[in-house]
Design a protein around this ligand. Sequence first.
Ligand SMILES: [Zn+2]
Length: 523
Amino acid sequence: MRAKIFDSTLRDGAQAEGISFLVGDKIKIAKALDDLGVDFIEAGNPGSNQKDMEFFHVAKNLTFKHSKLVAFGSTRRCNIEASDDANLNALLEASTDYVCIFGKSWDFHVTEIINTTLEENISMIKDTIIYLKSKNKHVFFDAEHFFDGFKGNKDYALKTLKAAEDAGAECIILCDTNGGTFPDEMVEIIKEVKENIHTELGIHAHNDSGMAVSLSVLAVLNGVTQVQGTFLGYGERCGNANLSAIIANLELKKNILCLPEGNIKELTNTARTIAEISNFKLLGTLPFVGETAFAHKAGMHVDGVFKNSKSFEHISPELVGNERKFLISEVAGKATVLAKIQKIYPNVEKNDPRLSMIIQRIKDLEYLGYQFEGADASFELIVHKSFGAFKPFFEVLDFKTIGEGPSKANLHSSAAIIKVSVEGIEEITAANGDGPVDALNEALRKAIGRFYPILNMVHLSDYKVRILDGKESATAAKTRVLIESTDGAYTWSTVGVSKDIIEASFKALIDSIEYKLFKENNK
Ligand SMILES: [Zn+2]
């Protein structure tokens, strides 16, 4: 059995707050989805949006291995000929073989929102599909608000589907546009639809009740073949059905293929790529692909996973290209730390004396307010240093930051001076920045970048500050800074703690740079 995956990240997903795709971003995401092997990529609404049209013009010259591009539009406007409808003609201009059009299937929307008659709406659906078919398009019909429409006026809702079927739609997609339908009622409704409609069916669920994934999976189990959603669930309000979870559930739990065989191993990679291009941090707790989806913290859980991973994992993380993680914390025992060290030095054994040394060091640092759960790179440096594998790349001899008064727009507000020594050569550098931490980061990179040009590729991707109270740090008012750095291909996190926020940031920065240099040197 197979389900067809229809990704609308570039169309419905672009409605999400905080998303603004450039044409170049859209091409990168489309390529990532094609590499993974989804069946359809809905890439925009060329009639309503100039940027979307531009994408389709560029896309004409691209080749896709697997995916078909789809342009999205609506049924013709009331009381005009389909061929006179500017939006429909823009849809044709996108030159895709496949188009997806939405139309009304809830009588309330017809009479109250678009203010036309129920009969005219039926003609709008028919005419539009017939017109697009006459232009040799494969046509999918999104029955907007179908489930609400069915509950309000069953006969009319079914009539709209019948109109689409008679006009030649290749797939009719039942939309839970407001996201309020329950899985059990949806299953009953699909059964009734199947008694009346013989065209292939699809599901398009929104997540307003938190059930979009369940709705989509259940729809497939009840005979629906096309699943529309967005890869990471991005979308208006609470988002669309999260395709990454739907694909994993269908393939791994229900043996229903959604991707070319074997490609599910690329699921996590694709998720990270799409999040990165969308300029969102991938939600850690996202099922299957999130960074903490297979992270274990409590000592007993860690112990259990060691004995047999199925004790606390529903699937093996490797199946979706994700990784098991053991989080460091005071609640975690020796086993967690050992597991983490073994990822770096596989031959270390349980009774290695360096193990207790590292545990003691982590406990001491935690007492000072450090936390290594979100700072794997800082943890790794501690291990390398304890194993004597780390030789310093530079030494910071002195640094100062200077803050000016209220900054004028587009002027840097701070400056930093730093003195470093690299293999006996001293270097003093100054730099401006937006705030003291930024200035310090610039100055440090300028000072040692001359010796290590690889650092030019590194930039900060996230910066988090937390003021610790007495309970957490044993002394009053300390600051913990977590920074995330990236070189474009790889991301790592480091931590610094101090009473002074600038010093805490500086410690995290130094860890970040030392980590990158160490990795480069030990490739
Ligand atoms: Zn939608």
